[in-house]
Write a protein that binds this ligand. Structure first.
Ligand code: SAM
Length: 256
């Protein structure tokens, strides 16, 4: 970054997320709604979406070409993506882009993104002061040469194929931004959420106490904090075993 690395996080310029996309409108609701909307509106984090069509060498703003060697669909051009990345570097004033930026592409071939990755990315973003650049793929994906030269990390959000990277990028931004200090109040601490201790959340209830003959478990109505805590802990283990046996097996290994 432009500033010295020993400064406190408070003194750092606002962390920034850049999104390179053919559909900037996709992000309008996302960055103005709920917890994530608050983070962006109070400027805890900045986001800027660049429209890839503006970096096309063609008058009609085309960003794709037919695949060499044949095959279906179109491929996003490396030169268009590079021109857009150069604009990020220019607008952000990054002196050492390789150090200052983490460039992330999403694709089915990537590592399936999980809670640990969200923590790691948040750490790079906040503690190590790297701004994030997300490339949203469309068509059949992007030219491999751009990935080789400029992409630091590829993430998938699951073993299925989306028509574009915008939703995947929003999932990743949402999950890592929830870890920012100003995102959640104390009563909503992310530390109590699923995956934080290797387990998923147990069942939760609210009013009415009786719903179609089903009562809220009596332990939760007891007012006995110790009993409530041990009930909730036991349920987390029970639910992890039931819904995520893979995580439960890992959890058991750490306990034995
Ligand atoms: N031809 C690609 C393949 O078979 O792997 C799929 C391309 S997909 C139609 C278009 C874009 O959507 C991709 O470039 C990627 O950015 C995004 N995408 C699709 N599935 C995804 C997933 N599971 N996780 C993250 N991004 C995905």
């Amino acid at each position: 970054m432009q500033e010295s690395s020993d400064q406190s996080i408070d003194q750092r310029k606002t962390p920034k997320i850049w999104v390179l996309t053919l559909f900037p409108n996709h992000f309008k609701e996302f960055i103005s709604t709920g917890v994530i909307g608050r983070l962006f509106s109070d400027k805890s984090v900045e986001i800027e979406c660049l429209y890839l069509g503006d970096f096309s060498p063609k008058s009609f703003k085309g960003v794709d070409g037919t695949p060499y060697g044949g095959g279906p669909g179109m491929v996003m051009r490396a030169d268009v993506l590079k021109a857009c990345l150069d604009e990020v570097i220019n607008l952000g004033g990054y002196k050492n882009p390789k150090e200052d930026l983490e460039v992330i592409y999403t694709a089915p071939r990537g590592k399936v993104f999980n809670n640990n990755d969200a923590h790691e990315l948040k750490e790079k973003f906040i503690e190590r002061e790297r701004d994030l650049v997300f490339i949203c793929g469309r068509y059949e994906g992007i030219d491999e040469r751009f990935i080789e030269s400029y992409v630091d990390q590829i993430y998938s959000i699951g073993d299925f194929v989306l028509s574009g990277g915008e939703l995947a990028v929003q999932c990743i931004i949402d999950s890592l931004c929830r870890f920012l200090p100003s995102a959640l109040g104390n009563d909503q601490s992310a530390a109590q959420d699923s995956f934080e201790d290797g387990l998923i959340e147990g069942p939760i209830y609210t009013k009415p106490r009786d719903f179609e003959g089903k009562e809220v478990p009596k332990e939760l109505l007891s007012g006995n904090h110790k009993l409530i805590k041990s009930y909730n802990e036991a349920k987390k283990v029970e639910y992890t075993k039931k819904y995520r046996p893979d995580l439960y097996n890992e959890y058991r290994k750490t306990k034995s």
